[in-house]
Design a protein around this ligand. Structure first.
Ligand SMILES: Cc1cc2nc3c(=O)[nH]c(=O)nc-3n(C[C@H](O)[C@H](O)[C@H](O)COP(=O)(O)O)c2cc1C
Length: 218
């Protein structure tokens, strides 16, 4: 599988086979993911791969405390807007995924060393985002490298709100933050063939914001 196909069919997996994902597969993915760019090449990312059932139960408990409120608000929103069945189905899948969080094979906790993030936008009058640019390319590389090996993932961030409890549970040192939780396993229903995203012409501009790139062959 080439990188383009992996990116187009990666999707967010919500259900997994019970089968474990061997350490060797995770190792292979991290071996490739670590070549992601990072500010000043400071290499801030660390991963804690959680397989232990009791620890996953605790992570699930923390996750659900955030998810349940989010779910009720999202459900009310889709009902009020009369949104499509597909949106309702996606929400139902996300809810089952959440309720069964401890049962998924792996929860990979993404940590990053705070003082190694190159945060160049912290003085701007808006929330800083640049620190994440030293973390998430690694995370997406990891998900792609798992996808190539047949492992599906769901990138989540709701649990970051419970960072103090997660750090205590996994004995994460004080100088590290948590940035995401990637749930991973062999997919119960294969990989998606078609993901819903905006077309390139709506999102890629040339020279001036709003001047769309040409569609090849047009
Ligand atoms: C920054 C970020 C945070 C996310 N957080 C969660 C989360 O906490 N829980 C969850 O179920 N999905 C989470 N997702 C997954 C999104 O819901 C998913 O990418 C989106 O619905 C598109 O799904 P698709 O890739 O299958 O098309 C997150 C995705 C991103 C990029």
């Amino acid at each position: 599988m080439d990188a383009l196909e992996a990116m187009r069919t990666i999707g967010t997996a919500r259900s997994f086979r019970a089968e474990d994902v061997p350490d060797a597969v995770v190792y292979e993915a991290a071996e490739a993911a670590r070549f992601a760019p990072q500010g000043g090449n400071r290499q801030p990312v660390r991963l804690v791969v959680v397989r232990d059932r009791a620890k996953k139960e605790r992570l699930a408990e923390l996750y659900l405390a955030h998810w349940r409120g989010y779910f009720e608000a999202a459900r009310a929103g889709t009902q009020a807007l009369g949104e499509y069945d597909s949106a309702r189905r996606a929400l139902t899948r996300a809810n089952k995924f959440a309720e069964n969080l401890a049962g998924h094979p792996l929860i990979i906790v993404v940590c990053a060393r705070l003082d190694a993030l190159h945060i160049t936008d912290r003085e701007l009058d808006r929330p800083a985002v640049v620190g994440g640019a030293s973390i998430y390319p690694y995370v997406q590389n990891l998900c792609i490298a798992l996808r190539v090996q047949g492992v599906a993932t769901a990138l989540t961030t709701l649990l970051v709100e419970s960072e103090p409890e997660v750090k205590e549970l996994l004995e994460i040192p004080a100088e590290y933050i948590t940035a995401a939780h990637v749930v991973a396993g062999y997919p119960a229903r294969g990989f998606p063939e078609k993901l819903t995203r905006r077309p390139v012409e709506e999102t890629v501009f040339v020279d001036t914001f709003g001047h769309s790139i040409d569609t090849p062959g047009s």
